[in-house]
Ligand binder design. Structure first.
Ligand SMILES: [Ca+2]
Ligand SMILES: [Ca+2]
Length: 400
């Protein structure tokens, strides 16, 4: 229910827009048009479903109009799970006993939506796969929910609200796993030294027994409370090998990038510049692929390529020729996929695949032009699923 500064997913590509406007204004940056060339061949994409609870939001909810965007997608067996909700519009804080946001599996054979498991949050903005199961943190617990996560780790979907997370979390933005038994959550809590502050300190929680018990692993906030009070948060975590990385946003004085070594059970501070450019930004859209973290970021460097962090240093992987950014990433462990921003504003978004993050991309194809509406993708085998800003799910065969 805490106020959110902005929905991070919506600003992933802000830097790309900046580059375009600078180019147009004659600042000497390379023109997109000069290298764009033709877009990839069209995919045979079809709309297979509309997420009903996400779509219903457009009609207003106790006077609140909220976004219908699909925020994230994952696949579990024959079920597609779509994250949705609007934690800026506080979409579930003012409603019935169970709210409207939840986990609703889409059967990929029958294309029927299954029952809803209410998650007690205004949005599920992220769905992670950890040790073969899906986890969705309670991004912004509603009046009917508490801090924690939804998961199908038991075989069926359920909501887990463990202490001390449940009664203290204002936000839970991310959840990651290390090895077989270690889980982490990242978000924010009130600062005991400043109780009037709606969310005074970034907080990370750790479990070493597969989620049975939890404790605070780190928290930090501004001293005294920063002008952006309420926005001191860990928006993301990334697990690379035995190490977990996170960095708080809007702390003053600024706090470092942190690395926790699970083998040594100790924290090490690192300069923010060691990670991806913009890694500290309000962007939890981080995908791990082959022991590197790919960072969705608002930094202007996204105009030159995809920031990748290996735990020590960062590098930039060039976008496919003619492309200027991505709105989402997806890793199936073997291949890494990107869903691009449209090409120079022509409304043409495409899917590319890489097996190694070295700038060599295979064009899977472009989606039907629909005004920059595609937001997130997941891939199963050679089939892509794409969620839109208007609650729709598209399916596109990718070929071989
Ligand atoms: Ca995603
Ligand atoms: Ca909210």
């Amino acid at each position: 229910m805490g106020t959110s500064l902005r929905n991070a997913r919506n600003v992933l590509v802000a830097g790309a827009f900046l580059c375009t406007s600078l180019s147009a204004a004659g600042f000497g940056l390379p023109s997109d048009a000069a290298t764009a060339g033709p877009p990839p061949a069209g995919l045979a994409a079809t709309k297979i479903a509309t997420q009903p609870q996400a779509k219903a939001g457009t009609t207003g909810y106790n006077g609140k109009k909220w976004s219908s965007a699909i925020l994230d997608l994952e696949i579990d067996g024959n079920s597609l799970i779509a994250g949705y909700g609007d934690w800026n519009a506080n979409s579930d804080s003012y409603g019935g006993p169970n709210g409207r946001t939840g986990i609703v599996p889409l059967n990929l054979s029958t294309l029927a939506w299954g029952p809803i498991t209410h998650t007690g949050t205004e949005a599920n903005s992220l769905i992670r796969r950890i040790n073969g199961h899906l986890y969705a943190p309670t991004t912004d617990p509603s009046l009917n929910g508490r801090g924690g996560y939804a998961s199908n780790k038991s075989g069926t979907w359920a909501v887990y609200e463990p202490e001390p997370v449940a009664s203290t979390a204002i936000h839970v933005f991310d959840i990651v796993g290390v090895g077989a038994n270690e889980l982490w959550m990242f978000g924010s809590t009130k600062n005991p030294a400043d109780p009037s502050n709606p969310a005074g300190q970034a907080t990370a929680w750790r479990s070493t027994d597969a989620g049975q018990t939890w404790s605070v692993a780190k928290n930090e906030g501004s001293t005294p409370a920063f002008g952006g009070r309420g926005y001191e948060r860990y928006y993301w975590g990334a697990a690379l090998g035995n190490k977990v990385f996170t960095q708080a946003t809007r702390t003053s004085p600024a706090t470092p990038l942190w690395s926790f070594d699970s083998a040594k059970s100790s924290w090490t501070s690192m300069p923010a510049s060691a990670a991806c450019p913009g890694f500290s930004s309000t962007q939890p859209n981080i995908a791990v692929f082959k022991a590197e973290a790919v960072c969705g970021t608002t930094a202007t460097s996204i105009t030159t390529g995809m920031p990748v962090f290996n735990g020590s240093t960062s590098r930039t992987v060039p976008w496919p020729a003619g492309e200027r950014g991505a709105v989402d990433f997806y890793s199936d462990g073997t291949s890494f996929y990107i869903l691009t921003l449209d090409r120079s504003g022509d409304g043409r978004q495409s899917i590319y695949r890489a097996s190694t993050l070295n700038g060599s991309w295979t064009a899977m194809g472009s989606l039907p032009s629909n005004g920059q509406n595609y937001r997130t993708l997941a891939v199963k085998g050679n089939t892509a699923y794409v969620g839109t800003a208007t609650a729709d799910i598209f399916r596109a065969p990718l070929g071989g």
